[in-house]
Each structure stands twice: as structure tokens, then as C-alpha cells.
Design a protein around this ligand. Structure first.
Ligand code: PLP
Length: 439
């Protein structure tokens, strides 16, 4: 059965013409997988310039939290744009203060917090690093293998989900020690408790190699995103909290991808009940408008002196309007929808795994789900993932990968069960074609 929404051989003529123009003038560094050229979107649907309709299960890399062009978000941005486009973070305005208040009301710290607004995930991580170093007076940072935190020199030093991300850019910020992230499906340590093994490893480092008194922060994704959509085992985040408390280290949760409802709760760390000292946000926060935030316990952030950190665009009124509306929608409906539809999607993927032995693992939380594709010998099947990205596109569903061989699904948080079912049909078709070999 072919998808009635795909009207032609892809890419269509308009998409081909645009990409030909773009190839001459745009950086080739963008890691683009297939030639989708958007014309417009609505909710979970997106149309290309040739009029083909796709289900968007990539959501602009987990950004379009409320779907494409949510009417309430668009109206809030329009209204803000009619008043002023920019004033800078050297001044005050209602939207900016209201956003910091919303973040204070929602933050998982269990005590008063303050926020510093910026434009992206990488900047929020840079801000967290600077805050942790400034306040503790310590230099070293612990991060995790497979982690992704951004591509500027500080956050890049933490990033290690693919070797290409650091290749050619050394020296990045010094002082970072990477430790394994617990992986239940592909355990690195002996024994059944991978979380405890990593915690023991960190304690061993403190005894032998790394002075704990020099460590400013442990920076961790509560669900590892780019590294493969890994959900840590129970007790792992709590164990990190204990280590941080014991040694006066700040626990930083990078919720850039997992936050703002994606996991089925407002923040992924809420599944564990563990409270960070500092949290970073971006991606879904503005439903597509570029905004990030460093959210920290007030007693930590208030130690930043005037001028210690700043920016020009932080708190942009259009971005704040989008973020305020997004947070209200996610708090009131979409986090719950992510939990409900995510559970349905997870069940459908587990069902799919029963008919396809190339699906080695199904994992994730809420609408942050992935399937690890494997070869008959159990090893990662990267070529199959690449083939699936292309087949998915040709069949009308936009997908991305993560980790070594994981196909990931992060649709808008407003996705319906019917749309998930439609995507699963397209996935099945794509799997059948990909397994049959080159067309
Ligand atoms: C967990 C995490 N942190 C930080 C970033 C960097 O965000 P940005 O691309 O907005 O700089 C990402 C991006 O994928 C991410 O997934």
C-alpha cells in the first residue's frame, strides 16, 4: 500500500531545485540525512514544497513541543511582535519576568530558583558550566560518554555522542572527565546493576585519579538523548545526588532534550524524584523559537555578581511569548498527552519488535522513544538505520537516529494515537523495504 499523501517520486522538482541552490551557498557541515524541504506545518503534519504531506516524528530535533504552528503560540508571538522586537537583557519586560516566574513555579529543585535566559541549548550548558565554576571556585567537570551538550567550546568538551563532534576542534575546554553512562541493553560493566557500577567507578576515580574537591559539577542528561535514548536504571540519579552532596559538587541536569514535557512529565528528572542544583533547558521551551534557560537554586545563582554573565538577545520578547504559552500548554495538557500517547506508542513498538528480529531493544519514556536496530549477530546495524531514515522519508514519515544504531521518535507532544498508528504502518512498510535490500 503506498501513502496517498506522497504524490510523486521524492524529492520533487521544487525540493530538488532548492537543494541545488543551497548546496552552492550553505555550509556542508549540517548533518542532513534526507532531502526534505518544508513548505509549512500544522500539529504533527508537515508539507514539503512540492505538496507532499509527512508525519513529523522528528519535530525539528525534539523542538516543536506544541506541534507546528500551534495557534495559541503563533497568536502570542504575533502579539509580542506588534509591540517591540527587541530591547536586550539590560532592561526588563513583562514576558521575561513572567517566564522566570513560570520556570520558578515549575522547577524540580524543591526550593526557590532563578533563571538566566539565552537562545540555545549549548548556551544554557555554557551558562551552567560558568555558574558552577564561579560559585564553587573549582575547575573540573564530570560528564558522560555518549552525552550531548552542544557544540561551543565548553559544552563541546562535554559532548561525546559521536567522535565527529570533537574531531578537528581540539583543544576544547580542559578539565572534563568522561565516565560511562549506564546502558542496560549493552552493559559495559560486569554485574546486573549498571547504575551502581558507574557510581562505584566515579568513587574509584575520586580515590585514585580525580580529586573530588576540585570537581565543580557532574553534568548529566536524565535520559541520554543523542547517545541513544538511554533511560538510566532506578537509583542511578539518586546515587549521583548522594555523591554530589558528599563532596560539595553541583548536580547539573541537562534537560535540553528531555525537558518541557517530552518524557511525559514536565522534566524527566521528576520520574526519579531527584532534584538538581542547576538545570539547562532549550529545544521544546519555545516551540521552535530559539530560547534556552539556565535554571538554578536561588542560593547558587544569586552568587553571580552583576556582569558575571550576560548576553544581548536573552529574554527576547517573541521567544518569551512563545515559551510562556508553551509552558502553559505543556503543563495543562501536553505533558499528560505525552505520557498517554507515549505509552500507546511504546506498546505498538514492542508489538513491532515481536515481528522484526532486527529490533533489538525498545526504550525511552513518554514521547522520547527509540528502537535499537541490530544485525543477526546482535551487533549494531547502522546501515539499516540509515536505510530506514531514507525509506521513512520516501514513505512519508520524518525520522532521525541517535546512538550507534537507534531510530528515535520524538513527535510533537500533541501527537494523537491515530497519528502514531499511521506512523507505525509506515514504519512497518519501511522496515520491509529496508530488509529486502536496495530498491
Ligand atoms: C541534551 C542536550 N543538550 C544540549 C544540546 C544543544 O542544544 P543546541 O543544539 O540548541 O545548542 C542538545 C541538542 O541536541 C541536547 O540534546
Amino acid at each position: 500500500m503506498s501513502n496517498p499523501h506522497i504524490r510523486m517520486e521524492l524529492p520533487g522538482p521544487k525540493a530538488r531545485a532548492m537543494i541545488a541552490r543551497d548546496t552552492l551557498v550553505a555550509s556542508p557541515s549540517y548533518p542532513r540525512d534526507y532531502p526534505f524541504v518544508i513548505s509549512h506545518g500544522r500539529g504533527t503534519e508537515a508539507w514539503d514544497v512540492d505538496g507532499n504531506r509527512f508525519l513529523d516524528f522528528a519535530a525539528g530535533i525534539a523542538v516543536c513541543a506544541t506541534g507546528h504552528a500551534h495557534p495559541a503560540v503563533v497568536a502570542a508571538v504575533r502579539e509580542a511582535a506588534g509591540k517591540f522586537l527587541h530591547i536586550s537583557s539590560d532592561y526588563w519586560h513583562e514576558g521575561m519576568t513572567a517566564l522566570a516566574e513560570r520556570l520558578a513555579a515549575l522547577a524540580p529543585m524543591g526550593e526557590p530558583v532563578m533563571s538566566f535566559l539565552c537562545q540555545s541549548g549549548t548556551e544554557s550548558v555554557e551558562g551552567a558550566l560558568k555558574l558552577a565554576r564561579y560559585v564553587t571556585g573549582r575547575q573540573r567537570i564530570i560528564a558522560f560518554l555518549g552525552g550531548f551538550h552542544g557544540r561551543t567550546m565548553g559544552s563541546l568538551a562535554l559532548t561525546s555522542s559521536k567522535y565527529t563532534q570533537q574531531a578537528g576542534f581540539s583543544p576544547v575546554m580542559p578539565g572534563v572527565t568522561h565516565v560511562p553512562y549506564p546502558n542496560i541493553y549493552r552493559p559495559l560493566f560486569a554485574g546486573s546493576d549498571q547504575g551502581k557500577a558507574v557510581l562505584d567507578y566515579i568513587r574509584m576515580l575520586f580515590e585514585r585519579n580525580l580529586p573530588a574537591t576540585e570537581v565543580a559539577a557532574i553534568v548529566v542528561e536524565p535520559i541520554q538523548g543523542e547517545g541513544g535514548y538511554l533511560v538510566p536504571p532506578d537509583g542511578f540519579l539518586a546515587g549521583l545526588r548522594d555523591i554530589c552532596d558528599e563532596y560539595g559538587i553541583f548536580l547539573v541536569f541537562d534537560e535540553v532534550q528531555s525537558g518541557v514535557g517530552r518524557s511525559g512529565r514536565m522534566f524527566a528528572c521528576e520520574h526519579s524524584g531527584v532534584r538538581p542544583d542547576i538545570m539547562t533547558l532549550a529545544k521544546g521551551l519555545g516551540s521552535g523559537l530559539p530560547i534556552g534557560a539556565v535554571v538554578a537554586k536561588r542560593r547558587i545563582m544569586q552568587q553571580w555578581k552583576r556582569g558575571a554573565h550576560g548576553n544581548t538577545f536573552g529574554g527576547n520578547p517573541l521567544c518569551c511569548a512563545a515559551a510562556n504559552t508553551t509552558l502553559d500548554l505543556v503543563r495543562d495538557q501536553y505533558a499528560a498527552n505525552a505520557a498517554k500517547v507515549g505509552a500507546h506508542f511504546m506498546a505498538r513498538l514492542k508489538e513491532l519488535a515481536k515481528s522484526y528480529s532486527c529490533i533489538g531493544d525498545v526504550r525511552g519514556r513518554g514521547l522520547m522513544l527509540g528502537i535499537e536496530l541490530i544485525k543477526p549477530d546482535g551487533g549494531p546495524d547502522r546501515p539499516l538505520v540509515e536505510s530506514m531514515l531514507h525509506r521513512g522519508y520516501h514513505n512519508g514519515v520524518l525520522l532521525l537516529s541517535c546512538g550507534v544504531s537507534t531510530l528515535r521518535f520524538m513527535p510533537p507532544l500533541c501527537v494523537t494515537e491515530a497519528e502514531v498508528d499511521e506512523a507505525v504502518v509506515l514504519l512497518r512498510k519501511s522496515l520491509d523495504e529496508a530488509l529486502a535490500g536496495p530498491a
